[in-house]
Structure formats: structure tokens, C-alpha cells
Design a protein around this ligand. Structure first.
Ligand code: ADP
Ligand code: ADP
Ligand code: ZN
Length: 213
């Protein structure tokens, strides 16, 4: 099963991904996580992506598409994948549909997490992430028990460089201009399910489970 998690930065895609990926038994594929892992190891891909990420801009389509094509060719993605943060442009959506068609597959459902911009700014500016396991926290809404230490793995909890006020602004603008058209794209193909991402995480999780049932 191929499931897309669509929504603006801070909508809660990463927060919801673990439960969905577990319940569907498909890998969680986050392009943002892949870029950050590459940056950690200073690979050419990571350094190239950083130029765009730091500005709150999208990494060029051809680079992202190649990356996702490679990822979907891995054995663990044979039965499907949960795509988080991809596609983000119409070009990427078309490329995804071509990649899948070549395997005799297609997108099964696109879950749109809807959250208004005011909430997104508060969420992103307080977001904290574990460097070890990727677990997400929020400085005010859901801090780790011990400051800067991950509850799950003991790793360092840090603030992403692109979660600064200025970059958040550009990322929201980029979402509205380049990614929002995907809502219409998937809706017109009968694949869109809208989820109220404003509720608390447990309620969102239940609504997603219902949409996938
Ligand atoms: P995305 O992956 O869509 O960019 P995240 O899952 O990283 O978003 O969530 C962004 C921030 O908002 C995190 O700090 C997270 O703890 C917090 N958050 C996630 N879901 C909710 C929710 N339903 N209500 C309030 N805060 C949330
Ligand atoms: P968020 O969900 O908070 O926006 P992500 O971790 O998904 O953050 O993405 C971080 C950054 O990585 C984006 O701002 C962008 O620069 C880059 N990126 C991630 N996915 C894509 C994609 N599908 N296309 C282009 N750039 C991407
Ligand atoms: Zn951790």
C-alpha cells in the first residue's frame, strides 16, 4: 500500500508517521529525514540539499525524485511505503505516479493533515527533535522528561536549524505556492482524505486509522 502524508510543515506528519507505518507494516519514508541523515554524514547529497533547506526552499525536483526512486526500489518497500514530505510539487507527484506505474502500482490514498498557519508557527518554533532516533517533541506542548534528553533513547534533543522564525516564514510560503496544488491533484483523482490536524495527537491518530480502515 502506498500512502502519502500531505500537509504543511509542522502539521504533525512526522508525529503520526510511526503509528501509521507500524499499523500498515510499510516503511516510513521521509525525504527530510533522508536529507538530514545525509547531512550528518556530510555526503555530497546532504551538502547539496543543505543549500536549499537552510533557505526554506525546496530541493530541486530531479534530485528528490532520484532519491525516492532508489528508496522505493529497496526490498523493504516491496509491499508499499508511507511517504512523508514527498511529493511536494506537481512535478514530483507526476514522477511518483510514473515510478509506481512502472512497478504496476499506484498511490492508494493521500492523507491531508489540515492545520492553520497560526498554529504551525507556534508548533515549528517550539519543535525539538532527537538526534538519535528522530522522536519529535515540543518545548511547551510535549517536552522530554529531562531537558534536551530523549525519553525513548537517551539521545540529544535539539532544535532544527530551519525551525527559525525567518525560515519558517519562507517554508510556509513555499508550501502554499508549490505544495498546496497537490490537494487538488489528489482530490481530482479521488485519492484525498482530509484529516483535522488541529486536534490533539491521539485524536488525529484515531481519525487517520478510521480513514485507512
Ligand atoms: P511535520 O512532520 O508535519 O513537519 P511534526 O510532526 O514534526 O510536523 O510536528 C511539528 C511540531 O508540532 C512538533 O513539535 C510536534 O511535537 C508538534 N505537534 C505534532 N502534532 C501535534 C498536535 N496534534 N497538536 C499539537 N502539537 C503537535
Ligand atoms: P517539514 O515537514 O517541517 O517541512 P521536512 O523534514 O519534510 O520538514 O523537510 C525539510 C526540508 O527538506 C524542506 O524544507 C526542503 O528544503 C527539503 N525537502 C524535504 N522533502 C522535500 C521534497 N519532497 N522536495 C523538495 N525539498 C524537500
Ligand atoms: Zn531518541
Amino acid at each position: 500500500m502506498i500512502v502519502i502524508l500531505l500537509g504543511p510543515p509542522g502539521a504533525g506528519k512526522g508525529t503520526q508517521a510511526a503509528a501509521i507505518s507500524k499499523s500498515l507494516n510499510v516503511p516510513h519514508v521521509s525525504t527530510g529525514d533522508i536529507f538530514r541523515a545525509n547531512l550528518e554524514y556530510q555526503t555530497a547529497l546532504g551538502l547539496e540539499a543543505k543549500k536549499y533547506m537552510d533557505q526554506g526552499q525546496l530541493v530541486p525536483d530531479d534530485l528528490v525524485v532520484r532519491l525516492v526512486a532508489d528508496r522505493l526500489a529497496k526490498p523493504d518497500a516491496l509491499e508499499g511505503a508511507l511517504l512523508d514530505g514527498f511529493p511536494r510539487t506537481i512535478v514530483q507527484a507526476q514522477a511518483l505516479s510514473d515510478i509506481l506505474a512502472a512497478k504496476g502500482k499506484k498511490v492508494d490514498v493521500c492523507l491531508l493533515l489540515e492545520v492553520p498557519d497560526e498554529d504551525l508557527i507556534a508548533r515549528l518554533s517550539g519543535r525539538r527533535v532527537c538526534r538519535g532516533c528522530g522522536a519529535g517533541y515540543h518545548a511547551l506542548f510535549s517536552p522530554p522528561k529531562v531537558e534536551n534528553v530523549c525519553d525513548k533513547c537517551g539521545g540529544e534533543v535539539y532544535q532544527r536549524e530551519d525551525d527559525s522564525a525567518q525560515t519558517i516564514k519562507s517554508r510556509l510560503a513555499v508550501y502554499h505556492k508549490q505544495t498546496k496544488p497537490l490537494v487538488e491533484w489528489y482530490q481530482s483523482r479521488g485519492l484525498l482524505k482530509v484529516i483535522n490536524g488541529r486536534s490533539d495527537p491521539k485524536t488525529v491518530e484515531a481519525e487517520i486509522a478510521k480513514a485507512l480502515a
